[in-house]
Design a binder for this molecule. Sequence first.
Ligand code: PMP
Ligand code: GLU
Length: 395
Amino acid sequence: MSNQLSERINNLVPSATLEMAAKARELRAEGKDIIGLSLGEPDFNTPDYIKDAAIQAINENYNSYTPVDGYVELKDAIITKFKRDNNLTYGRSQIVVSTGAKQALYNVAQACLDKGDEVILPCPYWVSYSDIVKLSDGVPVEVATSIENDFKMTPEQLEAAITPKTKMLWYSSPCNPSGSIYSKEELRGLADVLQKHPQIVVVSDEIYEHINYGVTEHASMADFEDMYDRTVTVNGVAKAFAMTGWRIGYIGAPEYIARACNKLQGQVTSGANCIAQRAVITALLESPSRVQYMVDEFKNRRKLILELLNGIPGFKCNEPEGAFYVYPDVSEYFGKTLQGRKIGNASDFAMYLLEEANVATVTGDAFGNGDSIRISYAASEDEIKDAIARIASVL
Ligand code: PMP
Ligand code: GLU
């Protein structure tokens, strides 16, 4: 029988981050000693006080369907968190809990985009943005940024990218993969441009909010009064609380968008996992200072990996202010031949590092910026030292 798959799925590109992680797993199963620096996943365990809340929820028989948009107690915890950390005031009808921030983003795209609607994505952007937009019939419009400007989009670049078809702007701050953080003033500059284009909805992905190394304070687009009504604030617990597998993310949004996401979710998942939701109530209501030890550790690793990478010729790094990735420009290697292999682009380079140095990274092509590779430093100091020594030795 011929391929009966839809055009939509045939055109969908697999997630490069997950694919690289799967490839590393496969090679490990074959007996290769692979150091995985490809996946954005904290190498810590979920803190005990959060695990205890989940165990308690199981024992208290939280086993039924939850409200589609999340338990009321969880929505109230999210409302408290938004007020406490971001000075944002949301009501219950503006909050939707989803199966990870990834599903939250997908819901928003499905809820807001019609065929041909353009979505501005400053590059580099998180790998799934572009494909989620395409899956929702939208058209990603990539705006190239430069390492000299810390990979941030300027108001002039935003203005130049806007057309009558522009429907949304999506970005993450702290940014995956560059670690850049937009200051309040920089966001204001973008907001001033958006004031002239009232049809544009902003998706502000703040999932790395707490993984901030103290250079630039976290700021939320929705904190500007004139942007509140057209900004969707996306967040989740995967990164700051080491809860990637629990799969809980959420939005604070204009009510009409939240309602639409709720309706969609009601037909697609019936809501997020009940036990994970109960655990997240505790995660959010406790002080973020309880997970600061992980941020402190990431900060040490950031220093280490930057020192090591800056010692390798041909690696040009910006200094990430948040998240747990470095995004070195390695374009000096393009066009060279290493150990008989031609390195044409970042994908060749990442594959070379995987196969010759046994280190898994992710090609910058996946993030809409082909000069770099992404290296996650959510790994132990020993692994980082070993990985960078291996990389240096094959270059
Ligand atoms: N946004 C960004 C910027 C991310 O790096 C990730 C990584 N997983 C997500 C969203 C999705 O998070 P979740 O695991 O909660 O789906
Ligand atoms: N967000 C993480 C990353 O960028 C996890 C993988 C994924 O969800 O794609 O590596």
